[in-house]
Design a protein around this ligand. Structure first.
Ligand SMILES: Cc1cc2nc3c(=O)[nH]c(=O)nc-3n(C[C@H](O)[C@H](O)[C@H](O)COP(=O)(O)OP(=O)(O)OC[C@H]3O[C@@H](n4cnc5c(N)ncnc54)[C@H](O)[C@@H]3O)c2cc1C
Length: 393
């Protein structure tokens, strides 16, 4: 196939022809933005362990934050368009996609779905514009895959609630204007609380020394007798199913995002293989190397189709959480396999920051763990298939 653009070459089945015209415009806009604004500086951010904060209002201007939500300043795009945004963002870096996932699916979505009218009016337009940043505090030091065991408490007191506990591994907690903290209310049901930046007794603590997702803030949140007023509780989100519904939406974006990371690695390795000469020939001319590309193109194409079909299910409103688990689980593993294979094709050069493959691989080591590990999604699917939950044995 004679394609000028490496991206066209990679979309082997022309899966993007299945997108609407509107979704393709979103793709082209985000792709150009990532090329112009994220890729030129991502190595520095990854090296320094910083997030390009100045870009957040730009995300807002393009309607990328809460893009899948209607009203309150949100763009009201399709879920497929949201997936495309995630894919193009993660082609740049998983940190950029993680930012969009947290803001759109883990904070704006629960406010939109479970919040009061007042909470929606106060937070959604500001967050859609990128003027306010949110974080989602579910995981705790002792409760990751099993968030239902959480130890963080909310005690009802006069005029509000007092929160105590520790959240850990929270994306954006140190830069957030708003923390959505999940806690057990009066020793019983899990509820969500909106904790504004600067609230006494709520202290973020950045986690340092990460090899992965370095261009993304990851922090703990210490809650010590943290008082929040009565209107801080999300009135409609009751029980663990509320945060799990947010994770379902974020996992959906990951299923798409992983495709972008894999595509970026594939393009880079293909360009390299065509120009790297060994034994007097480009390495792309060796059968073993060609077989690697054949395998990777097959994996990527399968993942593209899964992401697209999942998008249709979400847009039709016929998806179930296990559908999302299947694509998140498959596509992230696929991206890791592609990233590692590309790193191998790059030889020694592949261990340097000159090339993106290892950065993507390192990032994907987080992506395969967060929002439900690979094996937890296997268990979700196992229960869906057999009707027997196997989480405890
Ligand atoms: C960079 C990063 C960002 C994150 N951002 C957020 C965020 O914004 N908000 C948030 O709330 N959380 C966030 N997380 C936390 C993430 O969701 C958890 O790390 C994840 O749920 C796994 O929990 P854990 O790390 O405690 O691992 P564990 O639950 O301790 O799991 C360890 C291992 O045991 C396996 N395991 C666990 N239970 C079972 C079982 N029943 N059967 C078989 N195997 C099992 C797992 O698959 C895994 O291999 C983030 C994590 C990372 C790395």
């Amino acid at each position: 196939m004679a394609h000028a653009s490496p991206y066209t070459a990679m979309d082997f089945y022309d899966v993007d022809a299945l997108l609407t015209e509107e979704d393709r415009i979103v793709r082209d806009t985000v792709r150009s933005f990532v090329d112009a604004e994220i890729l030129p500086d991502i190595r520095r951010h990854f090296r320094d362990g910083t997030f390009p904060l100045d870009l957040i209002p730009r995300f807002g201007e393009m309607g990328l934050l809460g893009s899948q939500l209607e009203g309150y300043g949100c763009a009201g795009m399709s879920y497929t368009a949201y997936g495309v945004i995630c894919r193009e963002m993660e082609r740049g870096d998983s940190g950029a996609r993680s930012f969009c996932s947290v803001q759109s699916s883990l904070v704006m979505y629960p406010i939109h779905r479970y919040g009061s009218e007042e909470q929606k009016r106060k937070w959604l337009p500001e967050m859609a514009a990128g003027r306010k940043i949110g974080c989602f505090g579910l995981t705790e030091p002792d409760f990751g895959s099993n968030p239902g065991g959480m130890a963080t408490t909310a005690k009802t007191v006069k005029g509000g609630f007092v929160l105590n506990g520790n959240k850990y591994w929270i994306t954006n907690a140190s830069i957030a204007d708003l923390s959505l903290v999940w806690a057990r209310l009066d020793g019983g049901t899990i509820r969500g609380f909106l904790v504004e930046k600067g609230t006494k007794g709520c202290t973020p603590e950045e986690i340092r020394g990460k090899y992965s997702l370095r261009a993304s803030d990851t922090s703990g949140i210490v809650l010590e007798d943290c008082f929040v007023p009565s209107d801080a509780i999300l009135p409609e989100g009751v029980g663990l199913k509320a945060p799990l519904s947010c994770l379902d939406s974020a996992r959906y974006g990951i299923a798409w995002g992983a495709v972008g990371a894999a595509q970026a690695c594939f393009d880079e390795a293909l360009r390299y293989a065509k120009t790297r000469i060994q034994f007097d020939r480009p390495i792309a001319s060796f059968q073993l190397v060609q077989n690697k590309f054949a395998e990777m193109l097959t994996w990527i194409t399968s993942a593209q189709l899964q992401a697209w079909r999942l998008g249709r299910l979400w847009d039709e409103g016929t998806h179930e959480p296990a559908h999302t688990s299947l694509a998140k689980r498959h596509n992230v593993e696929m991206a890791l396999k592609v990233g590692r294979t590309c790193r191998d094709i790059l030889g020694a050069s592949g261990i340097t920051e000159e090339y993106a493959a290892l950065r993507h691989v390192l990032n994907l080591e987080s992506v395969i763990t967060y929002e439900g590990t690979h094996d937890i999604h296997g268990l979700i699917l196992g229960e869906r298939i057999t009707g027997i939950p196997a989480f405890k044995g």
